[in-house]
Design a protein around this ligand. Structure first.
Ligand code: AMO
Length: 439
């Protein structure tokens, strides 16, 4: 029979709420033992919860037998409850400690642990990802994911304020949307289905009813390459808007980035300090360079890119050195952009598609969409796709689809920018890449 370890105990304070002003008050805290130190007959227990930590001081000769026994039995990472009296002191950094009256061991931990839960002894990323939940209990990771939470709130708040409606489109789909990126097949009863690469076609279709829509959710790309900025499952922040073009949505995007940077800087001061990182609020408007201008700049750096091709990673790295901030790349050639991106009226070799860059990383891409059915059919054919596979999508263009434009931001890449983290796996709770499917 398992004995209820909580009993009638409930937390009265998080560790960070234990302040010198509470001197003499009895409190109950819950958390995990992060460190145990011993000095001249006194045991020091550092107890951490999701807000921070506090020192519990056990003067061996002065505490009761129950406390003494329990404190001797403790090991790091044990989950505990402590009922104790707050004491003002000059001996701890926060000017406060707790003298325990009763200790409850809530659950134990198997030693040796796969990694140091304080993070003081560093571990390789794969070791950390294998023991991810333990790794996530480190102070830095708690700070990082609190920043993610604040970022998501800021995104939703901004888009809702601007009149966008949140949507959820299917994850199981029948046809590819992003030509270049590979698909994950799914056995769907008697049919072949795929995991969605993006909400592209659905979000475009919904401009016909809701005009301004946004979606935040996971999408899937069967990425062969193992890089520090690609995942097989990533979170995309998508918008689509009726009766606007590329310029309008680029303006919205830079405003959104500004809002997110400002909000995180303001609301996550404590978390950013833990991560030893500062968020710079960018100046608006972001610089805009055409694809041709970028190619000329690269040529000056002796980096050759064939006109019409996508820009390869080494070239992006060179660009990042020249432009260590946010900037747009516009006027992309038709070949380098998907079928749904509109060609320029005055030069159909170029599109109204853009990318938003931060240093050398692509944070977002988008553009004005083709909204003429005949042009869309032609663009599908030009890109070697079969219009028959897109018949349901094409049908919507017979119902009065408005001109529309939109973009998608990679959420993890945005968080990397906000936190200074360099490997995308670090900003995902349980990352998925070519070689990782567990935990
Ligand atoms: P794109 O394919 O450029 O555009 O994706 C949009 C943004 O999503 C992020 N991203 C990724 N992040 C991590 N791992 C990946 N494998 C990955 N793939 C993409 C990037 C990228 O800029 N439908 C269009 C958007 C639109 O036009 O609205 C699209 O999906 O930050």
């Amino acid at each position: 029979m398992q004995i209820d370890p909580l009993g009638n105990w409930r937390r009265t304070h998080y560790t960070t709420q234990i302040k010198p002003e509470l001197d003499g008050t009895e409190v109950i805290i819950f958390g995990w033992i992060k460190e145990i130190r011993e000095l001249g007959g006194i045991r020091f227990l550092i107890i951490q919860d999701r807000e921070g930590n506090v020192q519990v001081t056990v003067p061996r000769k002065k505490v009761n037998k129950q406390v003494l026994e329990k404190s001797e039995a403790l090991q790091t990472q044990y989950s505990v409850g402590v009922k104790g009296t707050v004491k003002k002191t000059t001996m701890t950094p926060r000017g406060v400690e707790i003298i325990p009256n009763e200790i409850r061991i809530i659950s134990t931990a198997q030693h040796p642990l796969p990694l140091d839960p304080t993070g003081k002894t560093s571990a390789e990323i794969d070791v950390r990802l294998d023991a991810r939940v333990l790794d996530l209990s480190r102070e830095e990771n708690i700070a990082l994911f609190k920043i993610e939470h604040a970022t998501l709130n800021a995104l939703r708040e901004f888009l809702t304020e601007k009149g966008f409606i949140e949507i959820h489109t299917p994850r199981i789909i029948a046809t590819a949307t992003e030509g270049g990126a590979a698909l994950f097949p799914v056995n769907y009863f008697e049919q072949q289905a795929y995991l969605a690469q993006s909400p592209q076609l659905y979000k475009e279709q919904l401009t016909l009813s809701f005009e301004k829509v946004f979606e935040i959710g996971p999408f899937f790309r069967a990425e062969e390459s193992h890089t520090k900025r690609h995942l097989s499952e990533f979170i995309s922040i998508d918008i689509e808007q009726a009766f606007v073009n590329e310029e309008d949505v680029m303006h919205l995007l830079e405003e959104l980035i500004f809002h997110v940077c400002q909000t995180v800087k303001e609301k996550c001061e404590k978390e950013l300090t833990v991560l030893k990182h500062q968020v710079e609020v960018p100046k608006l408007p972001f610089k805009r360079f055409t694809y041709d201008e970028i190619l000329k700049e690269l040529a000056k750096e002796d980096v050759e890119v064939q006109w019409g091709e996508d820009i390869p990673t080494p070239a992006y790295r060179a660009l990042g050195k020249l432009h260590p901030y946010f900037y747009f790349i516009t006027h992309w050639p038709a070949k380098a952009k998907p079928f749904y991106i509109k060609l320029r009226d005055n030069n159909p070799a170029l599109t109204e598609g853009f990318d938003l860059m931060w240093h050398w990383t692509e944070i977002a891409s988008g553009g004005t969409r083709v909204h003429d059915k005949e042009v869309l059919v032609r663009r599908l054919q030009e890109q070697g796709l079969n219009p028959e596979s897109f018949k349901y999508h094409l049908k919507v263009f017979d119902y009065g689809i408005p001109p529309h434009a939109g973009w998608a931001v990679g959420f993890e890449r945005l968080v990397m920018m906000l936190t200074g983290v360099e490997n995308i796996r670090e900003v995902v709770l349980f990352p998925r890449d070519r070689s990782r499917l567990t935990p």
